[in-house]
Design a protein around this ligand. Structure first.
Ligand code: GMT
Length: 375
């Protein structure tokens, strides 16, 4: 099948899922066309069946806001006609489902039917999409997609609760390629991050408010009083400055490393002993799954889709949002002796296999067939 994938090309979870899906589909013989404003960060290489088409938005001084949706829908129309694309899969409703719908309608005028699958990722529903300024357009584009998927049961429930929808939503969880994470890395590389007797605690995110970065720092502050440890903060975002100030105030600057955006997340995870994800909201928690596949247990909140990913007392522990004392105590329980840590590491890896790419990608293929039948 020839499939166009529209996504954000950045480090965010939705872009990562879209890119990994496109690469997996291409290996299964499909021709994939990524259509976005920059080459997706995880897109390793283009090949005969992976293409990237850049959406350009020419600057014009009259516009206070440059019309990206317009440029995207025009690009979609052109690419669908040029490459005979048969399926459109948009990731993150805003503004992709809206632009996709417009492209679909323009193509219909020319007798071309383009089925559209929309995947909801989380903040497009729970934070941004739910805002009254966007809600009518988001509701319309969800209702008018041929197939709608959400990345967890929890996000499906949120979507049905927050929006007035008259349609089905299929849950297709996020996934991970478990075969990619088998390499064990050398101790000498680990020693660049921490001493041998120090545990490595990691947090990976876009450092936005919703991630409760102050809780990450507090949990680490509490746990390092009991266990020798280093905290590695991976990612870039608006909360970084606050986090650096907090680290300085708590006098733990020598124990916290801010790496910024990194292409070597798997390397850092492969050295890690524990992953912290105390988010306010999380529709799935792809970062937690990426940690687990590297054998890293997870201390998380019990919000949104996290209980579908992280199993309490098995792959890690879950606590109420903001309960930093309990999260720190649970962290110490995991780290306190080598035998317990080893068991949690094994469990984390086992739990990640539930989300193996090879069982999830065929679910999308089934939905593409369903969308084709509908149009
Ligand atoms: O976590 C973020 O803020 C990034 C955001 C995105 O859309 O890129 O992530 C959302 O989608 C991910 C992939 O489906 C999910 O794993 C994340 O849980 C979800 N984030 C939130 O719901 C806050």
């Amino acid at each position: 099948m020839k499939i166009a994938i529209v996504c954000y090309p950045t480090f965010g979870g939705s872009g990562v899922v879209a890119t990994e899906l496109g690469m997996a589909l291409s290996k299964r013989g499909h021709e994939i066309h990524f259509i976005t404003y920059k080459q997706p960060v995880r897109l390793e290489q283009l090949s005969s069946n992976i293409h990237f088409h850049e959406v350009n938005v020419p600057e014009y001084p009259l516009f206070h806001y440059q019309p990206y949706e317009l440029a995207l829908s025009s690009k979609l129309v052109d690419m669908v006609k040029l490459h005979d694309i048969e399926m459109l899969h948009v990731h993150y409703a805003i503004p992709h489902a809206y632009a996709g719908y417009m492209a679909k309608k323009m193509l219909e005028e020319e007798g071309i039917m383009l089925p559209m699958v929309t995947t909801l990722h989380g903040t497009d529903i729970t934070l941004v999409g739910n805002h009254p300024f966007y809600k009518p357009a988001v509701t319309f584009s969800i209702n008018n997609s041929d197939v709608v998927t959400s990345v967890s049961q929890s996000l499906k429930a949120d979507t049905l609760r927050l929006f007035n929808l008259k349609r089905e939503i299929d849950v297709v969880p996020n996934f991970i390629d478990t075969t990619k994470y088998t390499q064990s890395l050398s101790n000498c590389q680990r020693s660049m991050l921490a001493a041998n007797d120090e545990k490595i605690i990691t947090h990976v995110s876009n450092l936005r408010k919703v991630k409760r970065i102050e809780d990450v720092i507090t949990i680490f502050y509490l746990l390092q009083k009991k266990v020798k440890a280093k905290l590695i903060m991976v990612g870039q975002g608006p909360e970084r400055e606050m986090a650096e100030d907090m680290v300085a105030e708590l006098n733990i600057e020598d124990k916290v490393l801010f790496l910024g955006e990194s292409h070597e997340i798997d390397k850092v995870l492969s050295y890690s002993d524990l992953f912290l994800l105390p988010s306010e909201k999380e529709s799935f928690g792809l970062a937690a799954l990426e940690a687990m596949v590297n054998g890293v247990p997870v201390i998380s909140t019990n919000t949104g889709g996290l209980p579908e990913v992280n199993k309490h007392g098995f792959s890690g522990f879950l606590s109420n949002v903001g309960d930093v004392d309990e999260m720190a105590a649970n962290a110490v329980t995991i780290l306190k002796d080598e035998e317990t840590l080893k068991q949690f590491k094994e469990n984390a890896r086992k739990q990640s296999y539930i989300f193996d790419i090879y069982s999830v990608v065929p679910l999308y293929e089934d939905l593409y067939r369903k969308a084709l039948e509908m149009t």
